[in-house]
Design a protein around this ligand. Structure first.
Ligand code: SF4
Length: 348
């Protein structure tokens, strides 16, 4: 069996021999033993932008879950191949919105010409394609509000999937009253709350199993211990409502690093908490309540990264492939998000 030293040496050697033909990207939620090898560490929006950039590197190893690899492959087009160290690392939130379920909700929607479908990037390529084909877009947690506002400015309303909490938190931040928010229950295939005809926003009822576990009691307990609380908008509304800061992973990295010697409780994935502590060694940073790991992100090891680099070097690696019929409309949805974020508005 390879020791940790053998694995490190193997990764080092292969990075050197692949040289500028290789980029390793890692999401904040993968473990430090993997992130330490990354050329780029980021959240979904940062890594999507990286994939969309021109690059001389023909190989992009993406240490993240399936929807991230698909997104990177779609945005990379033909300029590079994207590889995932673990093909079995998925996302239960993304899986909660199947194309059949979404079609059933959409087709059964009265007044659906009033709505544009918007999907969180934490969704399959098929769902992104569904949105792209219908004038909709993707969004990330850091761009959700901008995308929702662009939809409203175009005179339409948002049908958002699959993360109910991100949609709910963003809607409240925009001043949308609770009585104008409708939820689609993917189990019963029915709308709850405001009827879709009266709703200003429709939310698919999915959630992230990691972030949904944090509670308002966790926030109170952290406050009683003198900690400030930063929560990801995938946390429940009741948690975000009482937190000091609510924002994307990138936002949390910024606020925690900018604060003056403050102690923080972080309502997000444990590997992000670990990253923040390593970046800010003089500050006290801990998980909000019990430490919570994303099982799928956690599955990716340095050994998997080494195996991926070995297969690239030997020419046996299998890149992520998204069929053109899905990739093209999915790319339109992703490009619309990038256009909004870059100030060019919701393109047709
Ligand atoms: S943290 Fe949640 S949303 Fe992110 S990959 Fe894991 S299960 Fe999916």
């Amino acid at each position: 069996m390879n020791t940790a030293t053998d694995v490190s040496r193997g990764i080092e050697d292969l990075r050197e021999s692949l040289g500028s033909d290789l980029t390793i990207a890692a999401h904040y939620y993968v473990s430090h033993e993997v992130k330490r090898w990354a050329d780029e560490i980021g959240d979904s929006l940062q890594l999507a932008r990286l994939a969309a950039e021109d690059s001389s590197a023909h190989h992009l190893v993406f240490c993240g879950v399936l929807f991230m690899g698909e997104t990177a492959a779609i945005l990379s087009g033909t300029q590079r191949n994207v590889y995932l160290p673990r093909a079995d690392a998925g996302c239960p939130l993304a899986d909660s919105a199947t194309i059949d379920g979404v079609l059933s909700a959409w087709d059964g929607l009265d007044h659906r010409d009033r709505f544009l479908p918007i999907t969180y990037v934490n969704s399959s390529a098929e769902i992104k394609a569904f949105c792209g084909e219908r004038g909709g877009a993707t969004c990330t947690s850091s761009s959700a509000r901008q995308v929702f506002e662009a939809v409203e400015e175009s005179g339409k309303r948002v049908f958002f999937m699959p993360d109910e909490n991100l949609g709910h938190n963003t809607a409240v931040e925009m001043g949308i009253p609770e009585e104008e928010i409708s939820r689609f229950n993917p189990d019963t295939l029915e709308f709850e709350g405001a009827g879709p005809g009266d709703a200003r926003i429709l939310l698919w009822g999915g959630s992230c199993p990691v972030h949904v576990e944090f509670s308002p009691e966790d926030v109170r307990a952290a406050r009683n211990r003198g900690l400030r609380v930063a929560a990801h908008p995938e946390c429940r509304r009741q948690v975000c409502a009482v937190s000091d800061e609510v924002g994307s992973t990138d936002h949390m990295v910024d606020v925690v690093s900018a604060g003056r010697n403050e102690s923080w409780a972080i309502g997000s994935e444990i590997n992000l908490v670990d990253y923040l502590q390593r970046q800010n060694p003089r500050r006290h940073i801990e998980s909000l309540g019990a430490a919570r790991a994303c099982e799928d992100m956690h599955r990716i090891t340095a050994m998997d990264l080494l195996a991926t680099l070995e297969s690239i070097a030997s020419g046996d690696a299998v890149p992520v492939r998204v069929p053109t019929a899905i990739a093209e409309p999915a790319r339109i949805a992703l490009d619309r998000m990038l256009s909004i974020v870059e100030g060019r508005g919701l393109t047709p």
